[in-house]
Write a protein of this length. Structure first.
Length: 330
């Protein structure tokens, strides 16, 4: 029997009311299938939680692996119908089946950004900028919903392709999401070490800047073909995250302008304080209104730049459409 035939033979024919068409991927905690929702006439992605037998802890056992698996499922289940953004994968339904709990999500044909992290498969710099813009918009939206993704990495950004060109991206996998207004105790120190922010790694309180740090690390990887930090052990990698700055991008890839180097390198290379938190730059009352507000600039930022309520430079900004006639037309 061929490998393809063997793989097909292991596919479930049906998951709930959904006809399975193929397998999209699998990991330590889940399998993702391509399926068909005949009732709504659309393809969907079904993420099935896969809990190993050894992880089947009792309901009250907060130290069992099974407890954490269930928490990750519950985190995504809470987001059913809540996320509607062109660059965020929608979650349509969550089925807490006792034997095979699963999520029903938007199906996105294509691949993930992980494919473009290899030195021989890098995207053009123009495409990297567009990917960064769309991901920043998506994470800004997620933040406004009171959520922090906490696991932004290339494998969690889906890429829609037109031949060899990335034409769209969608952030997925909210199993590690932190809901700022939730009463449920969050699981700490989740994320992928190559992209995780120092304050998140240290177990400190985090905000939207943690996701922006991770996005900056992803953009660095897409540009350079290697992550900002690499080490032979976890301890060595953690030491670099806390204490070192990544190599300048122009030294790793020809044609990277200084302006693009500053974008991912600034948050990734930001030093951290004794609590593992990046210091917030002190804003100045540059507009002379007597109030320190988002209109004021941080020191050392370009004239005309805007900062958010945290004092952080706004790289990408959503703007409301101009009212009719504002451009001089009808």
């Amino acid at each position: 029997m061929s490998a393809d035939a063997a793989t097909a033979s292991r596919l479930p024919r049906q998951i709930g009311k959904y006809k399975v068409l193929g397998r999209l991927g699998e990991g330590a905690t889940s399998e993702v299938f391509h399926a068909r929702d005949e009732f709504r006439g659309r393809d969907v992605a079904i993420k099935c939680l896969r809990v190993p037998a050894r992880a089947q802890g009792s309901e009250g056992d907060s130290n069992s692996d099974g407890h954490y698996f269930k928490r990750f499922f519950a985190a995504e289940a809470d987001l059913v119908g809540r996320l509607e953004h062109p660059n965020v994968v929608q979650i349509f339904d969550a089925v807490p089946d006792p034997e095979l709990p699963y999520l029903v999500m938007e199906y996105v044909p294509g691949t993930t950004l992980k494919k473009f992290c290899r030195p021989d498969s890098l995207l053009s710099l123009e495409q990297v900028v567009e990917v960064g813009f769309k991901c920043a918009m998506a994470l800004g939206y997620v933040s406004r919903q009171g959520l922090i993704h906490r696991d932004v990495k290339p494998a969690n950004v889906l890429a829609v392709m037109d031949r060899d060109t990335v034409v769209d991206v969608k952030i997925t996998d909210f199993g590690s999401v932190l809901q700022l207004d939730a009463e449920r105790t969050a699981v700490h120190r989740v994320g992928s070490l190559a992209y995780i922010s120092p304050e998140q790694l240290d177990g400190a309180q985090i905000d939207a800047r943690a996701d922006m740090y991770s996005l900056a690390a992803v953009l660095y990887h897409l540009i350079a073909g290697r992550p900002p930090f690499e080490g032979p052990t976890q301890a060595a990698l953690m030491h670099q995250v806390f204490n070192e700055a990544p190599a300048a991008l122009p030294t790793l890839r020809a044609g990277v302008p200084d302006s693009l180097d500053r974008c991912p390198n600034t948050p990734v290379g930001t030093p951290v304080d004794s609590n593992g938190c990046p210091p917030t730059p002190a804003a100045h009352d540059t507009d002379g209104d007597g109030v320190i507000d988002p209109q004021d600039r941080c020191p050392n930022t370009p004239a005309g730049s805007r900062v958010d309520q945290f004092g952080c430079l706004i790289l990408f900004e959503e703007r409301a459409p101009a009212p009719p006639g504002a451009d001089g037309g009808e």
